[in-house]
Ligand binder design. Structure first.
Ligand SMILES: [Cu+2]
Length: 385
């Protein structure tokens, strides 16, 4: 397997909002690699995307990433992903990067929960087999699911923050959490203006959910679909504290510019997959009849333009579409803006229109975050000048 600093997932990085993050990457792999700082609003040159922003770091060479995290704009809970990956069947690896608020909410424990999905062979080793069929269906799903929790003990009555991250290549997690009474307070690092109840939770690859809740029993994460309750990990009770009655409040909002008049609209037709015909380009998946990064961007915008992308999923599989360097609004059927996210899950047959203020200059990837689909061509980009 690949790892950061000897482990997978790698050790957590914690930064305060507005701090400068400096990360010296030494490539000890046999292949070129990069680090992408998913969900962080950063200068384009630091985005870690081969072709668009940076050449790969070759074996035995290093590179220093350096950027502020990130004005008052970004409070993202996120993962970093070395590329390239997958065409060889090898996974990329991840580590959490937690960006703390200047005045974080008062909790007894701040726990990171990394959902994990891996395919092992019959000897228990990482399965290196490359199966073409995975890439043109739901992706390279594993046969072992678990959760890496930064703490596995809590007291009855503890007031905790739980940061759920789905850094898996292709697995959509549908889960519920027993033993917690509380609310979702942020999606993809963006505070929710209103608290959302803790029911069934769904996380596409690369999505994150922040929860603030009281511990009312053993905290067990369970898969709801498809298994109907398989245990993914837990936080066990080891005592009791006096239950406090402090209400849970929404986190203070991040400063994201509200969109003015929409100046450009683009359609993004998702195509390909098993059973579909061929499309232009190299792979089994395509956007707008091009598989792989097109020469021209989907949208070329001047800085601060508000744009809209209508994403049409005519394929037989769900896709989690991610835009780099920005967050965007999902919209409902009436066109009203709903949640700010950086990755949106679009079900088969569904159309999702997103609205985004393109206020970060550079060339930014827009791609399916099912990494098997991305590796097989489901990627485009936006140019902001
Ligand atoms: Cu996809």
């Amino acid at each position: 397997m690949l790892g950061f600093n000897g482990t997978c997932p790698g050790p957590e990085i914690r930064q305060r909002q507005n701090d400068i993050l400096r990360a010296r990457v030494e490539n000890g792999l046999e292949d070129g690699t990069l680090v992408h700082w998913h969900g962080i609003r950063l200068p384009n040159a630091m985005d870690g995307v081969n072709v668009l922003t940076q050449d790969v770091i070759i074996p035995n060479e290093g590179y220093e990433y350096r950027f502020p995290v990130s004005g008052s704009r970004c409070r993202n809970l996120l993962v970093s992903l070395p590329l390239p990956f997958l065409r060889t069947g090898r996974p990329r690896t991840v580590r959490p990067l937690i960006v703390e608020e200047p005045a974080p909410p008062d909790v007894d424990q701040d726990i990171t929960a990394i959902l994990f999905d891996i395919r092992l062979d019959d000897t228990g080793q990482f399965d290196m087999e490359f199966d073409r069929a995975d890439f043109i269906t739901a992706g390279r799903l594993g046969n072992l699911m678990t959760t890496f929790l930064s703490s596995e003990q809590a007291r009855l009555g503890d007031h905790i923050r739980l940061r759920l991250i789905n850094p898996t290549p292709d697995r959509i997690f549908e889960i519920r959490i027993d033993g917690l009474t509380g609310f979702c307070v942020a999606y993809d690092g963006m505070p929710l203006p209103e608290l959302v109840s803790l029911g069934n939770l769904k996380l596409a690859p690369a999505q994150r959910i922040d929860i603030i809740a009281d511990v009312t029993g053993d905290v067990i994460l369970r898969e709801t679909v498809p298994s109907g309750g398989e245990e993914l990990g837990g936080i066990m009770l080891n005592g009791q504290r006096q239950i406090r009655s402090a209400p849970i409040a929404p986190l203070p909002a991040n400063l994201v510019p509200a969109p003015g008049e929409i100046t450009q609209t683009a359609d993004l037709f998702m195509q390909g997959g098993a059973g579909d015909g061929a499309h232009g380009g190299f792979g089994g998946w395509a956007f707008n009849d091009v598989s792989g990064l097109p020469n021209k961007p989907l949208i070329s915008a001047r800085r601060d333009e508000a744009v809209q992308v209508r994403m049409v999923n005519d394929t037989a599989f769900p896709h989690g579409i991610h835009l780099h360097g920005h967050h965007f609004w999902e919209t409902d059927q009436n066109g009203a803006r709903t949640h700010l996210r950086d990755t949106t899950l679009v079900a088969p047959g569904e159309t999702m229109t997103i609205v985004c203020v393109l206020d970060n200059p550079g060339a930014w990837m827009l791609h399916c975050h099912m990494l098997s689909h991305q590796a097989d061509g489901m990627a485009t980009w936006m140019q902001v000048s």
